[in-house]
Design a protein around this ligand. Structure first.
Ligand SMILES: [Zn+2]
Length: 166
């Protein structure tokens, strides 16, 4: 089997940030998959499942209700390694394009009070595993990164060229 593109990124060189993971052509349009990397791999602690679960519910709800971008959201969900999320959007987009959306999303979550949307046994497969306080802390940390990103937080590390051997 061929290695899928997201595994070819050197995760040892990757910083936390907002990256374009891949683009797919679908019919006459393009889908952009974003790597919302909230934690730097092998450097920061990964998120607790209760935090990542609360973030998933809150962010998915917020994004789909956004008046500007809501109808362009195809999918939002957590990475199995618990360092971030994937967001799939309609359009040929850059990290800069959705930076304002991500800033207001994580600003919203970091101050959130009240019931977590969809957190009932009827609506969710394991609604007891939710930690709003941890989610707010993780969101605030990521928000602080988003408001002053460096290039290394917006562009994947450059891959080493493989040279043919003589
Ligand atoms: Zn759930």
């Amino acid at each position: 089997m061929e290695t899928i593109p997201s595994f070819t990124v050197d995760h040892l060189k990757l910083k936390a940030g907002l990256f374009v993971s891949r683009k797919d052509i679908l019919g006459s349009g393009v889908l952009t998959t974003f790597d919302i990397r909230m934690k730097r791999p092998y450097h920061d602690a990964v998120m607790e499942t209760g935090s990542i679960h609360a973030l998933e519910h809150l962010i998915a709800t917020y994004l789909r209700n956004d008046p500007l971008w809501g109808d362009k959201v195809i999918y939002f969900g957590p990475m199995g390694c618990r360092t971030g999320f994937y967001l799939i959007m309609v359009g040929d987009l850059t990290s800069q394009d959705i930076l304002p959306l991500m800033e207001r999303t994580f600003d919203f979550v970091s101050d959130y009070e009240g019931e977590i949307p969809g957190a009932t046994p009827k609506e969710c497969g394991y609604c007891v595993d939710m930690d709003l306080e941890m989610a707010k802390a993780d969101a605030a940390m990521y928000y602080n990164l988003l408001i002053a990103p460096k290039k290394e937080n917006l562009v994947y590390p450059v891959k080493r060229e493989r040279k043919p051997k003589n």
